[in-house]
Design a binder for this molecule. Structure first.
Ligand SMILES: *[C@@H]1O[C@H](CO)[C@@H](O)[C@H](O)[C@H]1NC(C)=O
Ligand SMILES: *[C@@H]1O[C@H](CO)[C@@H](O)[C@H](O)[C@H]1NC(C)=O
Ligand SMILES: *[C@@H]1O[C@H](CO)[C@@H](O)[C@H](O)[C@H]1NC(C)=O
Length: 539
């Protein structure tokens, strides 16, 4: 027994030494072959200086982390963070589709037609759809099936019916709102802008109140019989909001929007390959994958065949985000220049604003928790939480800034990294390639059905909607890991002195704090935090 233990310890130490050596030599890259495959193809076209050395900001902590991983490698224990930290999480049950006597129901008489052309990507559009449903109810309007604006950023011509099941959506909402597929023909020839019924985002304040709509929009609707919202990003606030309208938004988001079979099918394939298992395991699977993930009680009980567990990570480290943040990420002058050039060509308004305001230094921004997490920081957090080196990780998102050189510190700690590009064959992915929203839908599915979901930016729409979905359907068994960037920055500012135990301790406390079971706070998104009486019921 002792000899075996001793031998294991030796192997573990050897692993630690090798890892350590390997971290010390920045030009030795061992990347997972799968990973290389993806980023070699995608990023080298975008970034011509391909042979960049790895970028890391926390050499000392990375060494400590790899030692910690090597030590754990052969131990049985697993991280607590695979489970929800608070038992109270499971008392909340989905109930936004419950009929009650106070439901508003459809109006006796329609005040006119409400059209929406939603901007942004998949998730921003989803929010716009459900806000439009609530607004149609508020205004007693007939909702025309929302349209999606084509944007030069997302470059995706997909429409509602390419992403969501139209008939299903109309069926689920039929007792609440009148919805039609297209504007009646006698109104089609109207010049909506000329009659003053075109409402852009500059006409309505962000997070506007229902009363704003009753004052500004209802008269237009009554006069012209139609209004058209162009953009409609983030234009309906969360409080104050009548109970029944809030409930409608929840019903829309959690019950009425089902991905089309094409997406469900390939989403199921993706999940089956990550889990190496063919059957649905939870309500989340059922909701997202429909009939493409069969449930089979008998097979589920077979203890010899268990699904392989995985962590999904949404690492929002794309160039738009990091350029906009004005932070520095340890990439030296080259990177600073690159991000500055990106800002100048993509964010003229930001540049204008900067000219007229007192600059905040990058280190100040970091202290305030305003900097997007790097892959390196994400990996350090996961190690601090006790996730083992062999953890299967699904990485959501696309075009990580800096490609391999940035991902290197991550993959050196966690080599088992997969993406939709590595799990699916080129031909399976081909029908989605040209449609960024449909690609994002696959990420949505893989993140929402994961055993644990880690995000680096809780403000991002994907992270926000996915964590809300997991709260709603996860039954208290779908943990979300949400770092507090300000607290993390304080911990990392001690990177040159902090001991590993203390690092672990503080990272764990930070994440646990974010997992507390609270009722949605005033003004907070019901899509992200559905734990509130409008959406969920306590059992
Ligand atoms: C909508 O219709 C209901 C009755 O169906 C009515 O009580 C309410 O005042 C109407 N609201 C508007 C804005 O027309
Ligand atoms: C995707 O777009 C490219 C360029 O526009 C085109 O050549 C290609 O055929 C498209 N692929 C699919 C599957 O639609
Ligand atoms: C890492 O530690 C050094 C030395 O204390 C400090 O100057 C630096 O700001 C820290 N890095 C970050 C990103 O906080």
């Amino acid at each position: 027994m002792l000899i075996v233990r001793g031998a294991l310890f030796l192997v573990a130490s050897l692993g630690a030494i090798l890892l350590w050596l390997h971290l010390k030599k920045p030009y030795v890259w061992i990347l997972s072959a799968q990973y290389l495959n993806k980023y070699a193809k995608e990023d080298k076209t975008t970034y011509s200086k391909e042979e960049k050395p790895p970028v890391q900001m926390y050499g000392r902590l990375l060494n400590l982390a790899s030692n910690a991983l090597a030590e754990k490698e052969f131990k049985q224990e697993k991280s607590n963070f695979w489970e929800e930290q608070y038992q109270k999480a499971s008392v909340w049950k989905p109930c936004a589709d419950k009929k009650d006597s106070e439901s508003l129901g459809k109006p006796d008489k329609s005040n006119g037609y409400l059209m929406v052309s939603a901007n942004g990507g998949l998730n921003q559009q989803r929010v716009a759809i459900c806000n439009a449903v609530a607004l149609a109810s508020l205004l007693n309007a007939t909702l025309v099936l929302p349209r999606f604006l084509y944007s030069n950023v997302w470059k995706d011509p997909s429409q509602f019916g390419d992403i969501y099941q139209e008939k299903y959506f109309m069926k689920i909402m039929k007792d609440d709102v009148n919805i039609i597929k297209e504007l009646p023909s006698h109104l089609k020839s109207l010049d909506i802008e000329a009659i003053g019924s075109l409402i852009t985002d500059s006409d309505i304040v962000k997070e506007a109140k229902p009363s704003d709509y009753l004052q500004k929009v209802l008269p237009l609707l009554l006069r012209n019989g139609v209004v058209h919202f162009l953009g409609f990003g983030n234009r309906l606030g969360f409080d104050p909001m009548p109970f029944q309208l809030q409930r409608l938004r929840c019903k829309c988001n959690f019950h009425a929007l089902k991905f089309v079979p094409k997406i469900q099918q390939v989403g199921s394939l993706l999940i089956k390959r990550i889990r190496k298992y063919d059957f649905a395991q939870s309500m989340l699977d059922k909701q997202l994958l429909g009939d493409f993930m069969p449930s089979s009680a008998s097979k589920m009980n077979d203890p010899t065949r268990r699904p392989s567990r995985y962590l999904a990570l949404h690492l929002r480290f794309e160039v738009d985000m990091i350029a906009y943040s004005l932070c520095e990420f340890g990439g030296g002058e080259d990177e600073k220049r690159e991000l500055k050039a990106y800002r100048e060509s993509h964010f003229p308004l930001l540049i204008e604003r900067l000219k007229n305001s007192k600059p905040i230094s990058p280190s100040e921004l970091r202290k305030l928790g305003r900097c997007p997490l790097t892959p390196e920081e994400a990996a350090l957090v996961l190690t601090g939480l006790g996730f083992k080196r062999g953890t299967h990780i699904y990485l959501a998102g696309s075009h990580m800034h800096g490609g391999e050189s940035r991902m290197y510190p991550f993959t050196s700690l966690y080599p088992n990294l997969v993406t939709k590009e590595t799990l699916l064959t080129a031909s399976e992915l081909a029908p989605f390639r040209n449609f960024s929203s449909q690609m994002a839908a696959l990420d949505f599915i893989a993140c929402a059905t994961s055993d644990v979901f880690a995000m680096t930016d809780s403000g991002s729409q994907l992270s926000s909607l996915v964590s809300g979905f997991r709260t709603y359907y996860g039954g208290g068994h779908a943990p979300n890991l949400r770092p507090n960037k300000k607290r993390l920055a304080a911990i990392l500012s001690e990177n040159s002195t902090i001991g590993w135990n203390s690092f672990e301790d503080r990272v764990r406390k930070m994440i646990e704090e974010g997992q507390r079971v609270r009722i949605r706070g005033f003004g907070r998104s019901i899509y992200r935090q559905p734990r509130c009486p409008e959406c969920m019921c306590k059992s």
